[in-house]
Design a protein around this ligand. Structure first.
Ligand code: BDR
Ligand code: CA
Length: 307
């Protein structure tokens, strides 16, 4: 089977871990790199968390440390949702430090892209700082990227501002560079993750399904204040599931840009479906998800994780 090459750019992060765990057991994917970025917590933590997750999953995927701060702004972490270290709630084994590459994430992404004969998919689960640096420094990589699937933005309201979603708002200039790059983009936004919730019964099923399920359920039970009775919002796992099973989602073409100057709406993703702004459509955006099937398929994928 010809495998689809994938780079995961991420800020683990509880829901990042839940997304990466299922991606690494998908047989049709060849995950070439996990690139860390500062986001939910600082870069040392996000990098270490990727290495801890790989130790738990017993997977040999190279990890590269990425940007330590947004392009133009100060870091703002989401320790309220993810805990002080970013992946609180489960006792992971020691990080697999030997998987950490010497060069930074941007250089490693560049190398993988330029050396690849086929185009490579990039999945972003954190702020877009690394990707903005990559395509600004080495514009020739654009030809080598088949698609960027992004957990970020919102077609409705935000979670860090009224309209600003975390990954985009933390580094709005980076997100703007990415949306304007001309690379095919699919945005899996906040509204999809808010709809695609795992229920308590799903967590219980995960707990019965084996060690990976126990790990993911424990993380989710401490995620965002642990209000699991309202259902667990599946932000990063939605983008991962879109990558593997796009038929669970409905998409629309749109022009998307990012607000970077208004203090009231900084980081808002402006999604124009109808050509109101007279701009060429530059992205696909997920507008709906089949929640029942999503829940079933995600739980099944966790049960099928191989280690
Ligand atoms: C996004 O922000 C982070 O806290 C999550 O990991 C997810 O990537 C949701 O806004
Ligand atoms: Ca994330």
């Amino acid at each position: 089977m010809e495998k689809r090459m994938l780079i995961i750019d991420t800020d683990p992060g509880i829901d990042d871990a839940a997304a990466i765990s299922v991606l690494l057991s998908e047989p049709s994917l060849d995950v070439r790199l996990i690139a860390s970025v500062a986001g939910n917590v600082g870069i040392e933590h996000t990098t270490n968390n990727a290495l801890k997750l790989l130790a738990f999953l017993k997977k040999d995927i190279p990890v590269a440390k990425g940007a330590a701060a947004p392009l133009m702004r100060e870091n703002r972490f989401a320790t309220n949702a993810h805990g002080m270290s970013g992946m609180g709630g489960f006792d992971f084994p020691e990080p697999r430090k030997e998987l950490l590459l010497e060069n930074n994430a941007v250089m490693n992404e560049y190398k993988i892209l330029m050396e690849s004969e086929e185009k490579v998919t990039i999945l972003t689960l954190g702020p877009l700082t690394n990707i903005a640096l990559l395509i600004s420094t080495f514009p020739e990589v654009k030809e080598k990227i088949s698609e960027i699937i992004m957990m970020g933005g919102s077609t409705e309201r935000g979670n860090i501002g009224i309209y600003g979603e975390f990954n985009v708002s933390i580094d709005p200039e980076a997100a703007k560079i990415v949306f304007r790059s001309g690379i095919p983009i699919t945005m899996v936004g906040l509204d999809i993750g808010r709809k695609a919730r795992l229920l308590v019964e799903d967590l219980e099923e995960l707990e019965q399904s084996g060690d990976p399920g126990v790990m993911i359920s424990s993380l989710f039970r401490s995620y965002d204040g642990g209000h699991v009775e309202e259902g667990v919002k599946m932000y990063d796992p939605s983008a991962a599931m879109y990558l593997m099973e796009p038929e669970l989602f409905e998409t629309k073409d749109a022009f998307i840009d990012v607000e970077i100057s208004s203090p009231l709406t900084i980081g808002a993703t402006v999604v124009d479906y109808d050509g109101t702004l007279c701009e060429k459509r530059n992205a696909k955006v997920c507008v709906d998800v089949d929640v029942e099937r999503f829940r079933r398929r995600y739980v099944q994928r966790v049960a099928d994780i191989t280690r």
